[in-house]
Design a binder for this molecule. Structure first.
Ligand SMILES: O=C(O)CCC(=O)C(=O)O
Length: 260
């Protein structure tokens, strides 16, 4: 499933592109079969890393792409890797991956931010691309991702650390900057069905609302970095679960569907 020239042009203009139906129902079944263990396990026992909501509900699970066979296969999917390689112009490695959970009525807000707003402090250039795989339906009510089309062309904006809104420290753009920059008509909710995949630039401004619905909204986000862009030494390097030290290029394997 190669992208057309028009799709590449759209991605470059908007900073994101949604590819519908990239995964089959068999792929989704295998991924969903792995989820209960990934969501309920114990970090010390299984080597994953979990962040929780203030309520204690799991908010994020990092490292599924290293420990869970269907997620290992997912990050190697040629339909994902091929456009990512074309966009970076090089081989890529996995910077990190996370299952963002957003349980029914419990999953919390993500404030407006650019991923590169904080990744810059990890000592890399803005050559990273994220792919958000919808594992559940994403709707306006359950807190689908919302993006500002074209915002990647602003370049990186200053970010500050919000430590009060959720249990999780969120790097975000301040309100005066948002008021100066964001036009209402450029705000796009990214709704979709399980198996749709959103590709987006590391400088794309995005966020999402609290899950106000009875539907869970699970997504898997894998972020790829150009192999020529490993982190330079920084004063306070973040741990490997969020800034990978394994720079091995990810190679596609033409073995779909994903098997559990
Ligand atoms: O899951 C979401 O809705 C947003 C996640 C996000 O922005 C992030 O992980 O950086």
């Amino acid at each position: 499933m190669s992208w057309t020239e028009a799709q590449y042009a759209q991605y470059r203009k908007d900073g994101y592109l949604m590819v519908r139906g990239l995964l089959s129902s068999a792929d989704l079944q295998a991924l969903h079969a792995a989820l209960p263990d990934l969501l309920s396990g114990d970090d010390a026992a299984d080597g994953l890393h979990r962040e929780r909501e203030k309520s204690g509900a799991v908010r994020q699970v990092y490292l599924a792409h290293r420990h869970s066979p269907p997620f290992q296969a997912l990050v190697r999917r040629p339909e994902i890797l091929e456009p990512v390689r074309a966009l970076t112009g090089n081989d890529v490695y996995v910077w990190h991956s996370k299952i963002n959970v957003k349980d029914a009525f419990e999953g919390g807000v993500w404030l407006w931010h650019q991923d590169y707003g904080y990744w810059m402090w990890d000592g890399v250039d803005p050559k990273l691309i994220s792919c958000m795989v919808l594992l559940d339906r994403a709707t306006l009510n359950n807190g689908c991702l919302t993006v500002v089309a074209g915002s990647h062309r602003w370049g990186r904006q200053e970010h500050y650390a919000d430590t009060v809104t959720t249990s999780y420290k969120q790097w975000c753009v301040d309100v005066p900057t948002l008021k100066a920059r964001v036009n209402e008509e450029d705000i796009r909710p990214v709704t979709g069905e399980p198996g749709d995949v959103l590709f987006f630039d590391c400088n794309l401004l995005h966020g999402s609302n609290h899950n106000m619905s009875p539907l869970p909204r699970k997504t898997f986000i894998v972020c790829y970095n150009d192999v020529a862009n490993p982190p330079r030494p920084v004063e306070d390097p973040r741990p490997d679960w969020v800034v990978a030290r394994n720079f091995e290029p990810v190679r596609g394997k033409a073995t779909p569907p994903i098997r559990a």
